[in-house]
Design a protein around this ligand. Structure first.
Ligand SMILES: [Zn+2]
Length: 141
């Protein structure tokens, strides 16, 4: 999904959450927008290039279909880890954790809907172990 749509969703979430969380609501941009930084990490490892614009163009081009991409912050293991850390520190950091997790959830739902409507759901590994398994079996490299 294009970053602009995630950014707009974050602005909406920020406006809704600002009366309750004040400037802590800015954390929605971390989990709702900056989480897609893992696309750039994937691009760096795959193409050995730090060129952000090339990465953007590659990811935005619908002709580029890469199977078994690992976007580490979009895996089930990352969500479980984030959820566990959130549950452990919820009492002390409730003012940050709720906006963070809610924005993450909105981001993932938007990505999932985009994947379903654009038949791209199988490009990204949903689990780190799934990615490792496919990579090991050489079905997708
Ligand atoms: Zn995403």
């Amino acid at each position: 999904m294009y970053p602009l749509k995630h950014f707009i969703a974050c602005i909406v979430l920020f406006v809704i959450m600002f009366p309750i969380y004040k400037f802590w609501a800015l954390v929605v941009f971390v989990s709702g927008f900056l989480i897609d930084f893992d696309h750039y990490l994937w691009y760096i490892f795959r193409f050995k290039s730090f060129d952000l614009m090339k990465c953007y163009r590659f990811c935005a081009c619908k002709k580029n279909v890469v199977k078994n991409m690992l976007h580490i912050f979009h895996t089930a293991e990352a969500w479980i880890l984030i959820g566990m850390v959130g549950a452990i520190f919820y009492k002390e950091f409730e003012f940050v954790i709720f906006p963070f997790l809610f924005s993450l959830l909105v981001h993932l739902i938007m990505d999932f809907i985009y994947g379903l409507t654009h038949i791209k759901v199988h490009e990204r590994a949903l689990s780190f172990f799934e990615w490792m398994n496919k990579r090991k079996s050489r079905r997708y490299v």
